[in-house]
Write a protein that binds this ligand. Structure first.
Ligand code: UDP
Ligand code: MG
Length: 309
C-alpha cells in the first residue's frame, strides 16, 4: 500500500518545516510506502529552496514547480495527476487541516469508500469570512445539480479509482470538491476541527475567493440561466399588461393626460435595462467558460519537477 499526499503551496515558507515534521510523523506511523507531492504554485518566497532541501533529505518528497501562480484548484489537480499511490490525500499547506487525523480517514477508506471528505465542525476565522462561506455553501447546495456537501472543502482522502476519475475530467475552471461529488461512488464525510492558519497570511484574496465561488456555481448549475429566462418572462408579461393599460387609458378614459408617469417610465427603463445587463452578464459567465475550454490551453505549465523518476 502506498499513500500519496498532495499539498498545494503558495508562499508558505514559515509553515513548511512544521508541516513536514507533522506529516512525516503520521506517515511513518502507518508503516507503509508513501510519497509527499508539493505543488509549488509559483511562490516567490523561499518555498522552492525549502522544498528542494526536503527532497535532498527525503527522496519521497516530490516537487512540481509551476511556471507562475495558477491557483489552488489547479495546483491540487496537478498534484493528483502526479500521484502513484493507491490512496491519495489532499491537504492545505498551512496546517489548517491537521495531518494527525489522516489515519482515521484512511481507515474509513478501507471500509470500501472511495472518498472520505472532511467536514468542518466550526471555523476559527473572522466572522465576515465565516458568514460569506456559509452563505455560499448554502446557495451552492440549493442550486447545484449534484449534491455538494455543506462545509466540506478540498481536505479529503481518495481511492485510486476516484483519483483516476477526477484526473480524467478535462475541464479548466476546476472546482475540485464539486468534481469529486459529481464523480459519485461511495462517499462519506467525517467531522473535524479546522485549526487556524499556523503562520503567515491567507493566500486567498477576494479575487481568488470570488473565482472559486463562481466556478462552483457556474460549473455545477444551470439555474442562473433558468432564472434569467424566468425574470425575462415576468418582465415581458408586466410590460404587456402595462401596454394594454396605457391603450385603455388613452381610448376609453379622459384621465390619460393627468397620469404623471415620469417616475414609472424611468424606473421601468432602469429595471429592464438592469435585467438585460444582468442576464448578459450571466450568459457571459457561461460563454467565458466555453471559450476557455475551446482554446484548449493546458491547465498549467510546469517549470521543473524534482524527485519524480
Ligand atoms: N494556495 C495555492 N495557490 C494560491 C492560493 C493558495 O496553492 O494561489 C494554497 C495555499 O498555500 C494553501 C492552500 O492553497 O496551502 C489554501 O490556501 P489558504 O490557506 O491561503 O486559503 P484559506 O484557508 O485562507 O481559505
Ligand atoms: Mg488556509
Amino acid at each position: 500500500m502506498k499513500y500519496s499526499v498532495v499539498l498545494p503551496v503558495y508562499n508558505e515558507e514559515e509553515n513548511l518545516p512544521t508541516l513536514y515534521k507533522r506529516i512525516i510523523k503520521v506517515l511513518t506511523s502507518l508503516k507503509a510506502d508513501y510519497e509527499i507531492i508539493f505543488v509549488n504554485d509559483g511562490s516567490n518566497d523561499k518555498t522552492k529552496n525549502i522544498l528542494v532541501n526536503l527532497n535532498k533529505k527525503n527522496p519521497r518528497v516530490k516537487i512540481i514547480n509551476f511556471s507562475r501562480n495558477f491557483g489552488h484548484q489547479t495546483a491540487v489537480s496537478a498534484g493528483l495527476q502526479h500521484t502513484s499511490g493507491e490512496v491519495a490525500a489532499i491537504l492545505d499547506a498551512d496546517l489548517q487541516d491537521p495531518p494527525e487525523i489522516l489515519p482515521k480517514f484512511f481507515a474509513k477508506l478501507d471500509q470500501g469508500f472511495d472518498v472520505v471528505y472532511a467536514v468542518r465542525k466550526k471555523r476559527k476565522e473572522n466572522i465576515i469570512k465565516v458568514m460569506a462561506y456559509s452563505l455560499f455553501y448554502k446557495l451552492l447546495h440549493v442550486i447545484a445539480s449534484v449534491n455538494i456537501p455543506l462545509d466540506s472543502g478540498d481536505f479529503c482522502v481518495l481511492s485510486q479509482r476516484m483519483v483516476k476519475t477526477i484526473n480524467s475530467f478535462p475541464e479548466r475552471n476546476r472546482f475540485v470538491r464539486g468534481l469529486r461529488s459529481w464523480a459519485g461512488f461511495k462517499q462519506v464525510g467525517l467531522e473535524y476541527e479546522r485549526d487556524q492558519r499556523f503562520a503567515g497570511e491567507s493566500k486567498y484574496g477576494l479575487r481568488k475567493m470570488l473565482k472559486l465561488a463562481f466556478d462552483g456555481i457556474f460549473s455545477f448549475s444551470f439555474i442562473p440561466l433558468q432564472i434569467m429566462f424566468f425574470l425575462g418572462s415576468i418582465s415581458l408579461a408586466l410590460s404587456l399588461i402595462g401596454s394594454l393599460w396605457a391603450v385603455y387609458m388613452r381610448f376609453f378614459t379622459t384621465a390619460y393626460n393627468r397620469v404623471p408617469g415620469f417616475a414609472t417610465t424611468i424606473i421601468l427603463i432602469m429595471f429592464v435595462g438592469g435585467l438585460q445587463l444582468f442576464s448578459i452578464g450571466v450568459m457571459g459567465e457561461y460563454l467565458r467558460r466555453i471559450y476557455d475550454e475551446v482554446k484548449q490551453r493546458p491547465l498549467y505549465i510546469i517549470e521543473s519537477k524534482v524527485g519524480f523518476e
